[in-house]
Design a protein around this ligand. Sequence first.
Ligand SMILES: [Cu+2]
Length: 164
Amino acid sequence: MSVRLAIAGISVAALFAAALPHFDGLVSVRAIAHTDHVFAAGEPGDPKKPFRVVEITMTDGPGTMSYSPDKIQVRKGEQIKFVLKNTGYLPHEFLLDSFENNAKHKIEMAKNPEMEHDDPNGKRLESKKSAEILWRFTTAGTFEFACLIPGHYETGMKGVIVVK
Ligand SMILES: [Cu+2]
């Protein structure tokens, strides 16, 4: 009996030892797939602190796709609650990042068009759906929000946020 328990103890330890490196591997692969963030445009907001609401509508029609508004100005340190509404017929996304990160991410999306986003700085919305992102802009600069579903950015789904 005691021998059997000892064997069980060893196998459990071995299982943990084997599982841990795999777990680390999975975490880092996911981080890479979701574009090496450290967020460029600031950080996820704190719902207990004041925020300003900015509603952004995503639309599509014959030969057009856009956000309205597509230019937003915020103060450095300000929190914005983005209320995103997809009034179009297609799915759209809103990814808030640096121009550089969005450009890299766009290449990844071209390889994996069905990549879906539900991140602190990005959402994918089906037609007629809405979602919210609360964000604190901690860094001055010009940032971008974009839909990286193949073809959408080129058709006009991009906008600019100036943080001063
Ligand atoms: Cu789109």
